[in-house]
Design a protein around this ligand. Sequence first.
Ligand code: PMP
Length: 307
Amino acid sequence: MQPTEKIWRNGSFVPWDEANVHILTHALHYGTGVFEGIRAYDTPRGAAVFRLTDHLERLRRSAALYEMDLGYTLPELAEAIHETVAVNNVSSCYVRPIVFRGAGPMGLYPRDNPVEVAVAVWPWGAYLGEEALEHGVSCKISSFRRIGPNTLPPTAKASGQYINSVLAKLEASRAGDDEAILLNEEGYIADGSGENVFAVRDGVLHTPPTTASCLPGITRDTVMRIAHTLGYDVREVNLVRTDLYFADEAFLCGTAAEVTPIASVDGQQIGGRGPITKAIQDTFFAIVSGRDERFSDLLDYPVRAAV
Ligand code: PMP
């Protein structure tokens, strides 16, 4: 990981190495944090943050579920993010805002622990590897089920719930695979450890509905918009593992993974990047790099640069 210089913490910048927490931080023990994964991209108009408002809205919803007051308005957080990108001089980077219960009383009751807010940014290339963007990744259907709406609601992006993804990721890695795909309690595909899943069959895109215990991904939504614009139908339907085994094409998508083809699932070969995946991927990269005017409203520029 390539550190940057400064991290925004509770309203001011601190040096990267000094952005530490106490060992009794509530979130460290009980997972009481919520966060976002966002990307900023270099565009002809400078650094742009992709779908910033949508990410911040999701952060607010995640925080509300766990009764954490953000302490800042969403425009204030948006400004903090743009400033953190600018101060670190990284036009293309990953952006990680986190809101968490800090040190204070121990025990599960969280309301007396202070809420802290921080934003870190760092350069982060292709999450599943540059090669994977073309040749795809091997996936394993996890034997660990995805958390559900009545255990840890997957619609929120909370730190504690990622223990579920970590179990699946470790299992996939032990099996020699690149990524894990989790089934929900009913046995339908939910999502990857950190990505949403799409399968292409007979020219139609299929993806699990958000009721299937997947995170309502912002890249997933972008892919659906791209597909419609390119003239492809998208169906939000429950998928079983064989829908992936016998797909014409399949891919993962997420802020970190962007649009990454799936090469195989449980050793069943799907193939490399197919033509529809490539069309979606090409359009996605054109949008985020500010080269597709049809979607220019999805990029957020610092207010000062826009005037
Ligand atoms: N599912 C899970 C479990 C994730 O962690 C992520 C990454 N945030 C996604 C899907 C994709 O969401 P997004 O496109 O909003 O990054």
